[in-house]
Write a protein that binds this ligand. Sequence first.
Ligand code: PLP
Length: 463
Amino acid sequence: MAHDINRLWEQDKAHFIHPFTDFSVFEKEGCDIITESRGEYVFDGKGNKYLDGIAGLWCVNIGHGRREMGQVMAEQAERMAYYSPFNNLSNVPAIELSAKLAELAPSNLNHVFYSCGGSVANDTTIRIVHYYFNQLGQHDKKIIISRNNGYHGTTYVSATLTGIESNNWGFDTADQFVHHVSEANCYRRPEGMTEAQYCDHLVAEFEASIQELGGADKVAAFIAEPIMGAGGVLVAPEGYHRRMHAVCKKYGMLYIADEVVTAFGRLGHFFASEDVFGIQPDIINCAKGLTSGYIPLGATLLSDEIYAVISKPQREGAVFSTGFTYSGHPVACAAALKNIEIMERENICANVRDVGPYLETQLKTLLDLPIVGDVRGSHFMMCIESVADKATKALLPMEANVGKRIAEQCQKRGLIVRPIAHLNVLSPPLIWNRDTVDQVVGILRQSILATVESLIEDGHYQA
Ligand code: PLP
């Protein structure tokens, strides 16, 4: 379908408020407009084709343009697009999806609450955690511990949970019940510490914070991404999650796993918490890959123990009064069921377990390039950190915009990667094979070399 791209480009700038945008740049440069997508590729309206290195935004896990996804949504929309989930009414896709999620999730997570995305799932979770402890008569147990550089969304409470400082510049936050501890950043851990010592240090800091905040009487929960995503694709030291989980149990706290990115195959399993990290969280949140981004849907998976408490009326005639018009939306739930069916039928998790380690190894070959300080991540969740000096790990000046430069060089060569300051993130569709990986690593090598030249030319870097 032909579009008047120039007109759309103007209208975009005039009317569409994009998330996370520097409007001074946007108003000058506008955006590239993606008009079509198929398999591993997206296309702009100017005839350019790009390999999608970021699966949209960590979400198009089964790849783009799957006809059967469109069909199942169209069929459900025709049959029964929407009806209320309130007042003792239900719908078939939501019921079937809930049962399927209970089957796929760690064994005690058998109850699902639906929202429309990750931020709202996290926000709702905190409301449910507070409600849970109120039901137990623990009215002062309200504090949620999150981590610096964690990303949990941008609704009011999830933005407060988010620990990326710049994300909240200019905004207010609900600080009264959120506390942040250090993130687990193995690359930038204190000099001289082994990874094992670093893990001890982080766990000790966590426990000390709980005690300072008032211990078991005051601290309700810990929230963490299994691998920190937007905060820099940070993989915690071996044993970290198990030990943080054990501390939570010691203080009667709930462990909330924010699996908005890691669930649905990105690390080679439907859920990473138990299969990759060996823990059974009390709550898992997912979104994104749940429908592979074909339609918005978020899900909060609650344990049997939590359900047993929150399902009791808090007073005569009272109801569990939280939820949304679109909780368990039939079209979105039908899409999620089809997405899971495709993942199972094509053994997509097995592809990630097979190709993921190859992607890691091949990306690590880039470490010989002058500005590549670290290549990290796991399976289909990877990141390249650029530095000015590999020995000191000093960063290039902010205004050098190294992540953006690399992303632009990649785009010229037909690959989309995500820049975040001095980082470039790769979170591809889970259908990549080894040939695609080779092509991508080749483009990255050329693009980083071209970036080094441009940094030297502009006086930001000395060879
Ligand atoms: N949690 C994590 C770990 C995320 O990465 C994101 C989004 O990237 C969110 C929550 C927020 O999800 P959404 O943008 O769907 O609200």
